[in-house]
Design a protein around this ligand. Structure first.
Ligand code: B12
Length: 215
């Protein structure tokens, strides 16, 4: 069996296992296994984690994944993302340009996407602040006033969460803050671009990432 395929198979098995055995691989161990196969740590994010999430999503839809397995899977992903961030910070300590803030709308707990995006943007040398927990608009605006970001990206999991972006845009305008505002995530795919609040740009993963170049 090809080593990369075996790596993916083992990871999926470990992530979705139903038993309580304490053999969940650590993020550092996964990075080491990748390195032995000649895979750069960051490539594990899009090359291994993304397909794994797709596969897990499929199992989920069929109801094949229990809550216990889900918790196990989340902790595995979390540890890998933490290890990737640590490795990246040691390798690339310097950033340039105005900060970028990535966050999730209230009601959306899907943070893996923005963390992966944060890793990609940091790899391009940008100063990225990923907010892992949804925060009230007032706090986000206070933060924007303090760090003066070039861009705030918000991930939504349902179209209704676009109201968070409407409040954000209203708040930015009221405080006279000029900040590019992007919406992405699972919920953004279903939104008609015409229905977006003024000043909010849609992000589509299938498009090339030219949006960063102007920021
Ligand atoms: C992991 C997962 C979870 C985890 C999240 C853990 C975490 N900390 O992130 C947990 C267990 C918490 C979870 C909970 C739920 N989930 Co869930 N989850 C998933 C799963 C399997 C993977 C999501 C993921 O990380 N994908 C990989 C990342 C990389 O993709 P992504 O988020 O789309 O992000 C990429 C791009 O969209 C983009 N992007 C994302 N955000 C942004 C923002 C900006 C600004 C930009 C520029 C780009 C960008 O960049 C990323 C990299 O390419 C999906 C299945 C799937 N098919 O996606 C379901 C899925 C998203 N979940 C779903 C559902 C329904 C739920 C729950 C309601 C289930 C429940 N009944 O409890 C809850 C809701 C919790 C909540 N309040 O949000 C549905 C959503 C369906 C919908 N919207 O119509 C999905 C699609 C599964 C399904 N088919 O039913 N989930």
């Amino acid at each position: 069996m090809r080593p990369l395929y075996a790596f993916h198979r083992d990871l999926l098995a470990a992530a979705t296992k139903l038993s309580d055995e304490g053999d969940l691989p650590s993020g550092a161990a996964l990075i080491a296994r990748g390195a032995a196969l000649g895979i750069a740590p960051l490539d594990l994010s899009m090359g291994l984690l993304q397909p794994l999430l797709y596969e897990v999503g499929r199992l989920w839809e069929t109801g094949a994944l229990s809550h216990r397995a889900e918790a196990r899977f989340t902790s595995l992903v979390d540890d890998l993302l933490e290890a990737l961030l640590l490795e990246q910070q040691q390798r690339r300590p310097n950033t340039h340009g105005m900060p970028i803030i990535l966050t999730v709308a209230i009601g959306n707990r899907h943070t893996i996407g923005i963390r992966m995006l944060g890793l990609s943007l940091r790899e391009a040398g940008r100063d990225v602040r990923v907010i892992h927990e949804p925060v009230a608009i007032g706090s986000l605006l206070d933060l924007a006033e303090l760090v003066r970001p070039a861009l705030v990206g918000v991930s939504i999991s349902e179209p209704a969460q676009i109201s968070y972006l409407r409040e954000l845009r209203d708040g930015l305008d009221a405080r006279r803050l000029v900040v590019r505002t992007l919406v992405g995530g699972f919920g953004a795919r279903e939104i008609d671009a015409n229905a977006l609040p003024t000043g909010v740009e849609p992000f589509s993963p299938s498009e090339s990432p030219d949006w960063l170049q102007d920021t």
